[in-house]
Design a protein around this ligand. Structure first.
Ligand code: PRP
Length: 189
């Protein structure tokens, strides 16, 4: 029985409602190592001043909670809620802002935290919205980047991993709201 660390391919994981893992793209230990490195990179990149870590919900909730505990300097946390995918597996291209951060953004150093950059539409839209709030600086931190977003207008300064162009679930990423709680990132059969 796997303890949630790295299930063998094809082996049943009770969290998967009968689905089987096709491939574990990133296991729990690999993610933890990289998140720790990202925390150090971010800590070094912001030697002083304020810092607002702004998580895009829902997908970033696990990544963000692990990441902020690896950033060893003062910071604040807030969230944005947008929606783009719906229940399917293909990006619809529409982004809807459902929750606006309550924290003052003007004059603030902001890191926008994403679980995955896919088509880049979400980031293009959100970065435009955030820039209008006149932050002092605005950078993106994404755990996964598929590197297929041809129209992406913004550089992702902090990237965890280049991701395969597969439909991935786990560690915050969902399929129709399921599987976000997997401690690893996988594609399913
Ligand atoms: C997913 C994912 C990213 C975005 C990436 O969010 O979490 O935010 O899509 O796709 P893109 O680069 O093609 O825009 P989703 O809208 O599914 O919401 P969620 O975070 O609640 O899962």
């Amino acid at each position: 029985m796997n303890g949630g660390v790295k299930p063998a391919t094809g082996k049943a994981d009770p969290r998967l409602s009968g689905r089987a893992v096709k491939r574990v793209a990133f296991d729990e230990a690999t993610i933890a190592r990289r998140v720790s490195e990202l925390g150090k990179e971010i800590t070094a990149a912001y030697p002083d001043g304020d810092l607002l870590v702004l998580g895009l919900l829902k997908g970033s909730f696990i990544f963000l909670s692990d990441l902020v505990r690896q950033i060893t300097r003062p910071l604040q946390v807030d969230f944005l809620v947008a929606a783009s995918y719906g229940d399917g597996t293909v990006s619809s291209g529409t982004v809807r802002l459902v929750y606006d951060p309550e924290t003052e953004l003007e004059g603030t150093n902001i890191i926008l935290v994403e679980d995955i950059v896919d088509s880049g539409r979400t980031l293009n839209r959100l970065m435009t919205i955030l820039k209008e709030r006149r932050p002092r600086s605005l950078e993106i931190c994404a755990l996964l980047h598929k590197r297929i977003a041809e129209g992406l207008k913004y550089d992702t300064k902090f990237v965890g991993f280049d991701a395969p162009n597969e439909f991935l679930v786990g560690y915050g990423l969902d399929h129709a709201e399921n599987f976000r709680h997997l401690p690893y990132i996988a594609s399913l059969q």
